[in-house]
Design a protein around this ligand. Structure first.
Ligand SMILES: NC(=O)c1ccc[n+]([C@@H]2O[C@H](COP(=O)([O-])OP(=O)(O)OC[C@H]3O[C@@H](n4cnc5c(N)ncnc54)[C@H](OP(=O)(O)O)[C@@H]3O)[C@@H](O)[C@H]2O)c1
Length: 258
């Protein structure tokens, strides 16, 4: 029987890499996508092959529509099907929400180009192929930032709020063939925050996060991968859902001003 296929954008690192490995472990063939770091993508692909998957490594900047369409075309050529799409590729600029002069209009455009338009372009490119597979699922990796007013910058928070709104609209328009859901991770231990904050601030945030959450834990990339896999492959009657994976942070933490 032909294997199922999962496309995970931004899968050379962090949440995307963990998600690609999990799909491979569940018997899927996987597309590993990156925009800059080919060596990291090769390493994740090698892990996936070790788990029994066939892999397709595609360098594509999701902000570029022609590259999204080329990725979709390569999937169609190689396997002729796409059962799952996880829109995980994301970007940000670390600017305090108090620093209104710290963000330019161009910063908003750059962040939206990847976090919102990139996800849209990937969905548009892959939807015709996904519609051929009963039960196909899309998951957009959003953030607690979209519902809490916290996060690396106001432009980032706004982009993830827009991604949620797009998720709800597409859940209506792509059914009944395709389900579309979103995940809101809390503080995930990936290079993203370590590089963005620096090690000292990262450790301080880690401590604060643990003391603010009922589960007293930050999130691991594998935690988000589990939710993404379930929403794509298991939750056959769930669409238009926004699922928090945050140790209870959004619902129960008390945040200071600013
Ligand atoms: N870490 C957190 O605490 C956290 C919390 C909530 C939500 N999230 C979301 O989770 C997602 C993944 O974050 P992460 O923490 O796993 O980050 P990460 O470890 O820095 O990984 C980011 C991945 O995205 C790829 N990427 C970046 N820009 C891209 C583009 N334009 N086109 C294609 N691929 C691109 C990167 O590869 P290249 O460098 O090669 O391009 C890399 O594979 C993001 O959408 C982020 O907003 C993260």
């Amino acid at each position: 029987m032909q294997k199922k296929v999962a496309v995970v954008t931004g899968s050379s690192s962090g949440i995307g890499a963990a998600t690609a490995r999990l799909f491979a472990r569940h018997g899927y063939n996987v597309v590993i996508n990156f925009s800059r770091d080919a060596t990291a993508a090769d390493a994740v692909a090698s892990d996936c092959r070790g788990l029994g998957a066939d892999t397709l490594i595609v360098q594509a900047n999701v902000a570029d529509d022609s590259q999204c369409r080329a990725l979709a075309h390569a999937v169609d050529e190689k396997w002729g099907r796409a059962d799952a799409l996880v829109n995980n590729a994301g970007t940000t600029k670390f600017v305090s929400a108090n620093d209104l002069e710290g963000l330019s209009a161009q910063d908003f455009h750059d962040i939206y180009a990847v976090n919102v338009i990139g996800a849209y372009q990937m969905i548009r490119a892959l939807a015709p192929l996904m519609k051929k597979t009963p039960g196909a699922g899309i998951v957009n990796i959003s953030s607690v930032a979209s519902v809490m007013g916290v996060g690396s910058s106001l432009a980032y928070m706004a982009s993830k709020g827009a991604l949620n709104a797009m998720t709800f609209g597409l859940a209506r328009s792509l059914g009944p063939e395709i389900r579309v859901n979103a995940i809101g991770p809390g503080m995930v231990e990936t290079p993203w925050l370590q590089n963005g904050l620096g090690q000292e601030q990262f450790e301080a945030r880690q401590k604060a996060y643990m003391s603010a959450t009922p589960l007293a834990a930050t999130i691991q990339p594998e935690d988000v991968a589990e939710a993404a896999y379930w929403l794509c492959a298991g939750a056959l009657k769930t669409t238009g859902e926004f699922m928090l994976v945050d140790s209870g942070f959004a619902r129960f933490s008390k945040l200071p001003r600013g």
